[in-house]
Design a protein around this ligand. Structure first.
Ligand SMILES: [Fe+2]
Length: 178
């Protein structure tokens, strides 16, 4: 699965992502990369470009009706300084640079992420908490059997304050129309 910030397209993307492993798969790894580690691999020019609103991204298929393609959202930066850390909003598959330099900076960022990747093999009972502001994640490929015994993760999104959400909130369900 391609590298991403969880729901990078969303104006209220979660601060934390919880991945609860109900069933593991030997050899299938959850991949993590720290934004601070990745930034250290970037040259100054790429860092400056990635901090400018020269990118856009769109919703992934799990948020769309079958067969539809999501529209690109507003122009955005990939990297923002945040209290001594670097906040990432990135999607390897769905994000595009708006000019050739921005595209090249995205490619350099992906190479940086590849250099600082950490792998975790989750097993049943594990709960992985990812700070979605300062880490991007993905997973290694595996072949699904579709027989009821495949790897099974449940995900939960955590926002800091439901009162600050721009979309419609009923109980703990956030509805945002695009
Ligand atoms: Fe994810």
């Amino acid at each position: 699965m391609a590298w991403h910030t969880e729901t990078a397209f969303h104006p209220d993307c979660p601060h934390y992502l919880l991945l609860s492993c109900r069933r593991g798969e030997p050899g299938a790894y959850t991949l993590l990369a720290s934004s601070n580690d990745a930034v250290e691999q970037l040259d100054r020019e790429a860092l400056q470009i990635l901090a400018q609103p020269r990118f856009h991204t769109r919703p992934d298929e799990s948020f769309l009706a079958p067969g539809s393609v999501g529209a690109f959202g507003p122009e955005m930066a990939v990297i923002n300084a945040m209290g001594g850390s670097w906040k990432f909003t990135y999607d390897q598959q769905l994000m595009e640079g708006l000019d050739p330099e921005a595209e090249q900076a995205l490619q350099q960022l992906q190479r940086a992420i590849d250099q600082v990747t950490q792998r975790i093999e989750l097993v049943a009972g594990d709960l992985l908490v990812i700070d979605n502001h300062v880490a991007v994640h993905g997973r290694s490929p595996f072949t699904a059997r579709f027989d009821g015994t495949d790897r099974w993760l449940q995900r939960t999104f955590v926002v800091d304050d439901l009162a600050s959400i721009t979309g419609e909130v009923v109980d703990n369900i956030i509805t945002t129309r695009f």
